[in-house]
Unconditional design. Structure first.
Length: 98
């Protein structure tokens, strides 16, 4: 728990017992979720109160991810090992909006 919250063990032990219990419960619940989709097995299991169709898959396009994928696919970037692609704020657009 201390590593997850980035605090000293003594600081965690100084929390009220109810707060420690809630923090542990939250940590365990979050860790029980699938690292890929974020759902938990019981959400899909009728025997555990879930439903086999608890969620529907949907697609959403992120313009930022599209831009980074586009640049990453260009030979001048893709052919250079270790090249990282990331977004930086366009200062010209930021100033125009102000």
């Amino acid at each position: 728990m201390c590593a997850a919250y980035g605090i000293a063990h003594s600081a965690f032990l100084a929390w009220p017992a109810e707060d420690r219990d809630k923090a542990i419960w939250h940590h365990v619940r979050r860790r029980s979720a699938c690292s890929s989709c974020g759902t938990r097995p019981e959400e899909w299991d009728p025997a555990r109160g879930g439903h086999p169709q608890a969620y529907k898959a949907t697609a959403r396009r992120c313009p930022g991810c599209a831009q980074t994928a586009d640049l990453h696919s260009k030979p001048a970037v893709a052919d250079v090992p270790g090249t990282k692609v990331f977004l930086v704020r366009n200062q010209e657009v930021s100033r125009a909006q102000s």
